[in-house]
Design a protein around this ligand. Sequence first.
Ligand SMILES: Nc1nc2c(c(=O)[nH]1)N[C@H]1C(S)=C(S)[C@@H](COP(=O)(O)OP(=O)(O)OC[C@H]3O[C@@H](n4cnc5c(=O)[nH]c(N)nc54)[C@H](O)[C@@H]3O)O[C@H]1N2
Ligand SMILES: Nc1nc2c(c(=O)[nH]1)N[C@H]1C(S)=C(S)[C@@H](COP(=O)(O)OP(=O)(O)OC[C@H]3O[C@@H](n4cnc5c(=O)[nH]c(N)nc54)[C@H](O)[C@@H]3O)O[C@H]1N2
Ligand SMILES: [Mo]
Length: 710
Amino acid sequence: MSATKTVRVVCPHDCPDTCSMVVTVQDGRAVKLRGDKDHPFTDGFLCQKVTRYLERVYHPERLKYPLLRTGSKGAGQFRRISWDEAIERIAEKFREIANSHDGPQAILPFSYAGTMGKLHGSSLDRRFFHRLGASLLDRTICATAGAAGCDITLGTRAVIDPATVIDSRYIINWGSNTSVTNMHLWAIMHRARKSGAKIITIDPYQCKTARKSDWWIPIRPGTDAALALGMMHILFRDHLQDDDYLARYCLGGDELRERVMKEYGPHRVADITGIPVVDIEKLAHEYGTIRPALIRVNYGLQRHAGGGMAVRAITCLPAIIGAWRQPGGGALLSTSKMYPFDTNYLERPDLIPPGTRTINMTQLAEALLGEMPGPPVRAMYVYNSNPAAICPDQNRVLQGLKREDLFTVVHEQFQTDTADYADIVLPATTQMEHFDIHGSYGHLYVQANEPAIAPLHEAKCNTDVFRLLAKKMGFEPELFEISDEQLAEECLQAACGIAFDESNASARPQATVYPPPTGFVGIDLDRLKRDGPIRLNLPEHYAPFAEGNFGTPSGKCELYSPTLARQGRDPLPNYTPPREDPQTRPDLAARFPLQMLSPPVPEFLNSTFVNIDSLRQQAREPTLEIHPSDAKPRSIADGQWVRIFNDRGSFKARAMVAETVKPGVVITQSIWWNRYSPDGVNCNATTSTALTDFGAAATFFDNLVEVEVV
Ligand SMILES: Nc1nc2c(c(=O)[nH]1)N[C@H]1C(S)=C(S)[C@@H](COP(=O)(O)OP(=O)(O)OC[C@H]3O[C@@H](n4cnc5c(=O)[nH]c(N)nc54)[C@H](O)[C@@H]3O)O[C@H]1N2
Ligand SMILES: Nc1nc2c(c(=O)[nH]1)N[C@H]1C(S)=C(S)[C@@H](COP(=O)(O)OP(=O)(O)OC[C@H]3O[C@@H](n4cnc5c(=O)[nH]c(N)nc54)[C@H](O)[C@@H]3O)O[C@H]1N2
Ligand SMILES: [Mo]
């Protein structure tokens, strides 16, 4: 008799959609995976990548056992060892370093969002490294510029209930390839369009979303703040502002008005952005008059020197026209802050020894090459990330990973580019094999992921590995001997109590605290397991800033920021130019005249899925989209192999000559594994470790290159 059951699981990947899925299990083997129709937002359909998730789970190249390096660093030669031996070796090395002159800060944990689960993403791992006294990691590779830009302005992320987008009538995808990177929101935008909404996409690249929009506005990379300020100029000039909203709920409307009237007239903005004046005027007028108006602001525009300021300027716009008043109006960056998970309980930051240094993950190259203050990095523990492929200035990252005196542990599902450089490789479970709970950064549902099958081979989940390591290190059992389900229950429960911080509340005249403390009321683990996805306990048609209630110190939308003024920074939004731009760096542009953007390949999820043959065959090979007017003088024909280079490095890709990019801009879709790239390095060989103006984030797209036929 064969035993068949269905189990509800959650897509763990770094994507706003966080889909609910149903897996059919037959005799202990997952045989079918489909979207869960009971999730109102993700609605039973999956992206092409995750439809293939079972290929990933049962992939013949899954890491099966712990491995010890036998060849030289990067050669990928290993022999099998037992878990006992692996844990013993790691603990011994960590102890040796911690007790040495360099101390525990010579150990660097390195992780990002390989899984977004609360437990396997950030719980016992953080406790372990905090207790150990390891260096802290500033996780800046993706989102911190926009987060900082929003926090200054709104006191939280730009957020609305994404379900209300159905009511939007003017939708701007601003640096957002929504139809690819957030397809369930795109489905709602599409339905809104059927009811009359107009969809605009502002992007130097005619990405899939731009192609499907009513209006594509190509902009010069990294100049979005100037466009937003130019729109404000027109809104104020033509009296399209909402004076009542400005007076009641904003700080510094008059100061901002003065700035934009003086400095950001349409002609100057047209010069900076490369957008004709008529288009800027039309955009501002439509935005100022059609309601509800929504800006979906995403990550593409943040990856430039002025990324923080760009998001700050853009998130001022809805306040100026009072767009926040209506459901379906406002701006949306991320819903992540709406979840009152008790991360202090999960991560225990109180265990961090005072004075511990922080290493910015974007600058891994500098950290590994000993260019940062403090002790050298002598050991690195990598999980939930593939830094050899995803970090900027790749040649220098690889040089660091090759150091013979660096002890590297990589806990992974696959032998990634990073795992090749490991001293010890540990096999990790997939989402089918472990328990977790999930919030989301693109909707408002909480979900539990139940294990559908037993761990394959000798794979272990992240929390189990830290339980083993903590035990071997002799750390307090009460910190680590807690089951995953207990951790989940605690972080859901306690949150209702802790979210409302009295000391903070007194500083906020209109004390709505983010996250709203009621979020988890009535939601517990039993219910999540029984009922599936549950929406946060928030009002229907939630419009968080309809009546102000911002999370800033003043409780208002801080167009003028007293906090920035106190720090001696410009208190008003302004335009921070890119670091590498023909307008600001003519010297550099004389040698490297093209601005290169490297947004994600639709078939991959960052560097995840590159090793799934069916998906890689669809993506085919690294490509470079180049405008005919840039291809011609370089004698580049469509389909030819080209070399893309600057002072940092070079990589190869196949040219696609097309008018899908603004002249002066080239696009290579990312993030290929190095081993599947022609020269064994990907586009990050050319990207820089420079940081954004706010949030100290990565500037992957702020990158001048030259291109030549190979
Ligand atoms: N299929 C798929 N989905 C994903 C991912 C993936 O790898 N694959 N990654 C996930 C992750 S980690 C993230 S962070 C999100 C990213 O989600 P998005 O932000 O939507 O992704 P990107 O494609 O990086 O950037 C969006 C667009 O911004 C454009 N852009 C670049 N520079 C500028 C600029 O200066 N101004 C403007 N206006 N536009 C600019 C790019 O050309 C791109 O088309 O997607 C998530 N979803
Ligand atoms: N040029 C360029 N570079 C970029 C970007 C870009 O657009 N252009 N995008 C940037 C962005 S937005 C981001 S978010 C980063 C993404 O960078 P990363 O967060 O490093 O993302 P991935 O490359 O997907 O690597 C995640 C790894 O985690 C592993 N993993 C998954 N689940 C588990 C688990 O449960 N346990 C363990 N131990 N491992 C697991 C996966 O197998 C995978 O190899 O890349 C950045 N790099
Ligand atoms: Mo990201």
